[in-house]
Design a protein around this ligand. Sequence first.
Ligand SMILES: [Zn+2]
Length: 209
Amino acid sequence: MTRRSCAARSVVWLKTRLAAELGRRQLHVQFSPDIRAVDRDHRGMAKFEVRAIDPGVVRELLQCDDAGNPPRLLTDEEGGSPLRCCLRPVEPGERVALVSYAPLRRWARETGAEPGPYDEVGPVFVHPGPCPGPEGGYPKWLSGGRRVFRAYSAAGTIVRGELFDAGSDLDPTAAEAALADLLDDPAVAVVHARALEFGCFTFEVRRAS
Ligand SMILES: [Zn+2]
């Protein structure tokens, strides 16, 4: 089988699965090749922390980002995108820096994991200057809408992904419960929240230490 036909078959498979599950508020999307059985009967509501990009890492990215490029400084006239340094939306007309960030690579440097081919680099907005940092907890303004929660093992491989849909509800309770459920699985070490349409990394979630 060629690589092209393999990719095409995967898309058809995913569309079929999504269509079959359309209407459910939470869609469990599996990623090949690390599909694992999960015992969902043992739930202790794991405590977790939502993490913005560390200020020290932001300073590094503003010198040279994780793709080896200097930051792209710009004024965002529309606003609304998430700032990954403080997890609040860009204000219209705000000055921001666009940098490439490798969230799994950065996490692996702390833990000693070797994600290898699972390492991904993507664009994120950060403040180019002083930033107050995040308020803590799940950002309420990100509570609504649809989001992908991608769960990684301690080795840095993808355990599974979950399409979370909170609708227009700005109460973070449902998102927090979904994250606690993911982290209740001992096979899950860290979770990345990603935008659905653009696929960009939004924030990291770890078990509370
Ligand atoms: Zn910020």
